[in-house]
Structures are given as C-alpha cells and as structure tokens.
Design a protein around this ligand. Sequence first.
Ligand code: AMP
Ligand code: MG
Length: 333
Amino acid sequence: MELKVDTHLQQLTQILQQSWRHIRTERMKATLKIQQAACDAMRSYLKSVGFMELLPPIIGPVTDPGIRGAKQVTFDYYGREYKVMSSAILYKQAAMSGLGKIFFMSPNIRLEPIDSASSGRHLVEFVQLDLEIANATYFDAMSVAENLLCAAMNTVKDECKRELELLGRELPTFSPPFKKFTYDEVLELLRKNGMKVRYGVEIPWDAEYLISKIMDEPFFIIDYPRGARGFYDREDENRPGILRDFDLIYPEGYGEGASGAEREYRYDRVMARMRETGEDPRKYAWYLEMLREGIPPSAGFGIGVERLTRYLCGLNAVWEARLCPKVAGVYSP
Ligand code: AMP
Ligand code: MG
C-alpha cells in the first residue's frame, strides 16, 4: 500500500510539474468550458429563486473544524494567528442572518492526508458553491441541491455537446426528487455487499466508492450519527444522536458531491457540542457572540465545483478539473 501511494505520488508529480501546459490540450479546454457552463447554470438557477451571491471571506481567526482528517492552514497575521478558510460555514451563517438566502463561490484550502493523492477526489485547493437558507429545513436544502445539479447537467447537455463528445461522456437525464437513504440503511446495504463500516463515523472513501458504484442515479445519504460531523450540524430533537444532515452522492463511483445540514444555531447547544468535539470556544469568540445575540435557524450545503466537473466530464481524477491543481504531497506550479 505504502509503495503504491509512493509510486502514484511520483507519477503524479511528473504530470503536475507540467500543469501549466495542460491548459493547451483539447481535453482540458473542453473540461473548463463544461465547468463554466455548469457554474453559470447554477448561478442563474440560484438567482432565479432569490439567492444573493456574496464575495466570500478567505481568511479569519477561525475556520471549519469538520474536515475529515485534513489540516488547516495557519499563518501569522500581524502577530496574531489566522486561518485560511477550509470552508465558509461560519461566515455563511453570518451572511444568512442578514440576507436570508445567500451563496458564495468560495475557495477553500485543506491540507489533505497524503493518501488522498490517489483517491481521485481530493485537492488541497478547491472551490465550493456554498449556500445557506434562513428558516429552512434540510429537506428544503436537499430540494435546492437536486434542482441545482439538474440545472447544471441540463445546461451542459444543451450547450456543450462538442465538449462532451470530445471527452467521450454521455450524460443521462435525471429528475428530482432523488432517492434518500438513511445512514443506517447505507451501512446495511454495505454490509450486504460485503463491506463492514463502524457505526458512528463518516462513511470511509472505499465504502463510499462502493455505494456510489452500485447506484445509477444521484442520491442522498441522510441522518448521520452525532460524532460523525461538525458541531454545527443540528441534532434531531425527537431522535437524540441523529443529525438532520445529508450528503449528495454521485453515481458511477464518483462519490460524494455535496454535504449539508440544518444548523445548530442556539448558543448553549453549540457550546455543548463544541465541548463534545474538543473545540476551544475561545477561538470562536466572534461566532459565539453572534449566536448569543441570536440568528435565525437555517439549512444549507456546499457542492464542490471540481468534483461536479469531474462527474459531468467523466474524468478519472478531480485534479483534471482545475488549472494548476494542488494535490496532497505534490510540489507543483
Ligand atoms: P465537506 O465540508 O468536507 O463536506 O465538503 C463539502 C464539499 O466540498 C464536498 O462534498 C466536496 O464536493 C467538496 N470537497 C471537500 N473536500 C474536497 C477536496 N479535498 N477536494 C475537492 N473537493 C472537496
Ligand atoms: Mg462532506
């Protein structure tokens, strides 16, 4: 296993050292045209249903801690510690409290573990279309997610026929609502297919690949157990230990495309969850002050733009969907 990762890293380094040249290939030009069409379609869809796009803050005193084993980037900010955003979750809630329905095209940095280099799904630098809706449930958020994905797919099929042909990709047509499976149902389905996943953690990459491979349509996994996610995913009042959250999973083995949830917005609950997950509340001073003053309940999600592009284009790896991509452990332009 060690050796495989090493060989893969060496090969990838050789390829990515030339990354500035890739943009001249027909393959990459087609990929980025499809990405642009998908982003335009998602923006128009969101604006047509009342969302406002904001410029995302990229740095700040604190960032999303729920990043599955990746490390945050910390730097010196005039003698104080600052983070580069691993996701815009905390700022999304702030923006939603003023404007109701908002989204960012938000650049994120996560120092992913070295073995993510061969997952085909992980970049160190990527962009999320990250949205939040005031007074919404996670079912409302899932409804936006499936419409957003269909808007992107339909536009790409209409406007990028030549590019899809060049990439050898045929896209089916899907219509919402997508199927929803609970976390427990997914664990059971995995068990029937010979894969055992420990209850209480996020579904590991290989299991997610398997479940995504079995399906031929995008679908949701809902209701993760508390402990599998960040302190901001809201626990169901009537089902202690169950979070009102979801992942959108692409079919054909492409795996997770988006994650979302209803938010825990009450100060006392957030403090309790922070203690449970070992977060230091002092670091979150501005966020906690905001919660103490009171914000509306909300729900939202983030959909990775490069992963969406990978799925739409049928690419082997997510790094093919980005100009000068950064992959864990690879030193490249
Ligand atoms: P998360 O907050 O980890 O659930 O991330 C939200 C979404 O961002 C995921 O569903 C992916 O589409 C995307 N994403 C997260 N991490 C990465 C990564 N390392 N590389 C590319 N896309 C990512
Ligand atoms: Mg996720």
